[in-house]
Design a protein around this ligand. Structure first.
Ligand SMILES: N[C@@H](CCC(=O)N[C@@H](CS)C(=O)NCC(=O)O)C(=O)O
Length: 252
């Protein structure tokens, strides 16, 4: 990632076919990312760009001024400039994640693997929606919401993932021995749960995931975090800023 710029890129106006051709034939795209200084819906997109070794920077944000110029009036938005200079505007976090995952060969090697990747990736949706209740709960209700999350929602999700990961050999991956979108999303989800901890619940949360309690998930997290691009990104100043922005925004 490099320094930020201030002007929104102008998406190339052309037919779908022309844009598809530019995207498919691009040998060295560059990316510009527009999101808040939070992890949120930007976290996996930043991780994917990092994993893929993409050249990208983050656009400086003037949200009220820019809102009307984004496809759905919400963030994130990603701009891709292809090697022939075409500018593609990508919107909707999950659509962007799938687009990048396909580009970086993270969707499995065949239809069944593709289904598995999508299935374990998508299973995070329900978990995230329940975790969001903890994140947005009024401070006096946060512990109660968190108890419900740790006791009722998380164990079911852990059991389903451990069952599959054991069948794949507890090797740090959901399909074969290759990285996939599901690997990256799981590592992100575990980190988010361990990062946004309600006060007084630190010990309880620390015990939720470990090599002993959740060997499959633990191995996925370790494997993703050991990837050199991701390890470097996590140590970066920008990542530290986003950590602080996220904790500050949600008052953790
Ligand atoms: N379905 C959209 C939802 C995007 C969304 O709700 N973004 C929030 C931030 S996470 C936003 O832009 N809020 C500012 C606003 O609505 O003005 C996606 O997944 O990208």
């Amino acid at each position: 990632m490099t320094a930020s710029t201030t002007v929104l890129p102008t998406a190339t106006q052309a037919t779908t076919q022309v844009l598809a051709q530019a995207a498919e034939s691009s040998t060295a795209s560059t990316f510009q990312f527009l999101y808040f200084g939070l992890h949120g819906r930007g976290e996996l997109i930043r991780t994917l760009l990092t994993y893929g070794g993409a050249k990208y920077d983050e656009l400086a944000l003037d949200w009220p001024g820019m809102k009307k110029d984004t496809p759905f009036g919400v963030l994130p938005v990603l701009y891709e400039t292809t090697s022939d200079g075409t500018v593609l505007e990508l919107a909707e976090s999950q659509a962007i994640e799938h687009y990048l995952a396909r580009k970086f060969n993270l969707m499995g090697a065949n239809s069944w693997e593709n289904h598995l990747v999508d299935r374990y990736y998508t299973s995070m949706e329900t978990l995230s929606n329940n975790f969001i209740k903890v994140m947005f709960a009024p401070l006096e209700k946060r512990q109660t919401e968190a108890e419900i999350f740790y006791r009722d929602h998380l164990p079911r999700w852990i059991a389903a993932h451990e069952h599959h990961l054991t069948k794949n050999g507890t090797n740090g991956h959901y399909v074969g021995d290759q990285f996939s979108l599901a690997d990256l999303k799981t590592a992100m989800m575990i980190e988010r749960i361990q990062f946004l901890v309600p006060k007084g619940m630190e010990e309880q949360v620390a015990a939720l995931f470990s090599a002993e309690a959740t060997p499959g998930l633990w191995k996925v997290k370790e494997t993703v975090n050991a990837h050199p691009h991701i390890a470097e990104w996590k140590k970066s100043e920008r990542h530290t800023q986003i950590d602080a922005g996220t904790k500050g925004f949600f008052k953790f």
